[in-house]
Ligand binder design. Structure first.
Ligand code: ATP
Ligand code: MG
Ligand code: MG
Ligand code: MG
Length: 439
């Protein structure tokens, strides 16, 4: 992509409305634009990150055996009357009427709709286990939308729903999502800690919030220092092996970790003071087993091996990709801007032409641009006539992992400079050396 053809509305000034660094940097880097309270457009740079984040989520959901579908954003109130949640949900639900005066709503979540899909087709235990997910916009009329896409009203969610014959099956499904989440967040460079969360009237211990530690987090959390060094399961994890998966979950649920609502002072005092991490956290994912809460009132059942009808045992599994992007920036930035982990960076390389119009510089840049692109790298080629200082500031602000700097002096000597955004380290290489590095 040539920067001269890209749409990158960088802000020079710090936007006054932004209270936290991720919101500030997303606005300044031209990733998002606010459209109304808690409602944002994703501009080209932001959209590229959103796509990369969703891609990782998809790959890890698919690996764990979940199947992608797509459900509508606008739902009929009828389904929610069946589950009893239409009246219970309260003011967070955006309620609408269509021209026939039928009650509709903008989905804040999809348990009812996915249960309706299930009950329409699945009749036998032989078709289980089943896990269906989608990545779709949600609307929640939050009391206090704030911090940009961290707590917005319209936001993207990956929500998965599992269906099993019984509790044992549902627990295995829960465990697969648990392990899938560990892998998902790690691939984005994040350390997300699964913390025991409130199960409310459902009871049991199958609810975990995945929390990123950050000073700007809205939740108070408590965990054992051991979490910071636990090895995350690799890509070769066998999701078909319930025992292996349960073993990983056991390892990741043994040290103390709880959100504020679940915090247990007595158990906490058993953790040595040196190992106690008490911090602020951001909820980026939440997995929850709720059994027959929807399958019973909505009549979602299958015939079991015993020939009898069983209400299926369900769970739901959410991740907020839009909130995640803000959390990634909270974790990775410095005074100059964002520092993207390579896996979610909007481009891999900023190719900076220090003197556009200079024949030699242009020729080297065009050549590198073509070759790096052919090698599969996403390159943002700064071919604009902005002054050098401005180009460096932009590259630092938008946080691409590598900068390749091409100036007249280097070109005369057959060299280019590279800079690593994270470490700040610079290195001088020949064009061939550069291609060998990134090719
Ligand atoms: P919170 O406690 O922050 O209000 P929640 O518990 O209501 O979140 P869930 O219903 O568990 O959220 O939804 C699953 C995921 O969706 C959350 O873990 C979070 O990543 C994301 N999410 C929820 N609400 C928002 C929001 N207002 N803006 C952005 N992402 C959100
Ligand atoms: Mg909420
Ligand atoms: Mg919550
Ligand atoms: Mg939650």
């Amino acid at each position: 992509m040539r920067l001269s053809r890209f749409f990158l509305p960088i802000l020079k000034e710090n936007p006054r409305e932004a209270e936290i660094v991720s919101h500030r940097l997303m606005l300044r880097a031209g990733m998002i634009k606010q459209q109304a309270a808690g409602s944002f457009s994703w501009l080209p740079l932001g959209k590229r990150v959103l796509d990369k984040v969703c891609r990782i989520i998809r790959e890890e959901q698919n690996r764990a055996g979940a199947l992608e579908i797509m459900m509508p954003t606008i739902q009929s109130a009828e389904l929610w009357r069946e589950s009893g949640r239409y009246d219970d949900y309260g003011d967070e639900m955006l309620r609408l009427k269509d021209r026939q005066k039928r009650d509709m709503l903008y989905g804040p979540t999809n348990e009812e709709m996915v249960t309706d899909i299930f009950r329409s087709y699945v009749k036998s235990y032989k078709d289980l286990p089943l896990n269906l997910y989608h990545i779709q916009w949600k609307f929640r009329d939050e009391m206090r939308p704030r911090f940009g896409v961290m707590r917005s009203r319209e936001f993207l969610m990956k929500d998965a729903y599992s269906f099993d014959l019984d509790y044992e099956g549902a627990k295995a499904a829960y465990n697969r999502m648990f392990v899938s989440y560990l892998r998902t967040f790690t691939r984005m460079g994040l350390q997300a800690i699964p913390m025991r969360a409130d199960t409310g009237p459902i009871g049991g211990d199958l609810s975990h919030e995945f929390i990123i530690l950050a000073d700007t987090g809205e939740s108070q959390v408590y965990c054992h220092r051991d979490y910071l060094g636990l090895p995350v399961p690799g890509a070769d994890t066998d999701f078909g092996n319930d025992t292996e998966i349960a073993g990983i979950v056991r390892e990741w649920t043994t040290p103390y970790a709880a959100t504020d609502e679940m915090h247990d002072e007595a158990a906490w005092s058993g953790v040595s003071a040196d190992d106690q991490v008490s911090a602020r956290g951001i909820e980026v994912g939440h997995i929850f087993h709720f059994g027959e809460k929807y399958s019973k009132p909505m009549g979602a059942s299958v015939t079991g091996p015993d020939g009898k009808e069983h209400h299926v045992s369900m769970g739901s599994y959410g991740i907020g990709p839009s909130r995640l992007i803000a959390a990634i920036i909270e974790a990775f930035h410095d005074d100059a801007g964002i520092i993207w982990p390579e896996s979610v960076a909007p481009f891999d390389i900023a190719l900076i032409n220090m003197k556009p119009g200079d024949q030699a510089c242009d020729a080297v840049c065009e050549d590198l641009y073509a070759r790096l692109t052919n090698a599969g790298k996403d390159v943002l080629y700064d071919d604009t006539d902005q002054r050098a200082g401005g180009k460096f500031a932009t590259a630092d602000l938008i946080g691409l992992p590598w900068q390749v700097i091409v100036g007249p002096r280097g070109v005369a000597a057959g060299e280019v400079e590279i800079k690593n955004r994270k470490s700040g380290e610079r290195e001088t290489l020949s064009a061939a050396g550069l291609l060998a590095r990134f090719g």
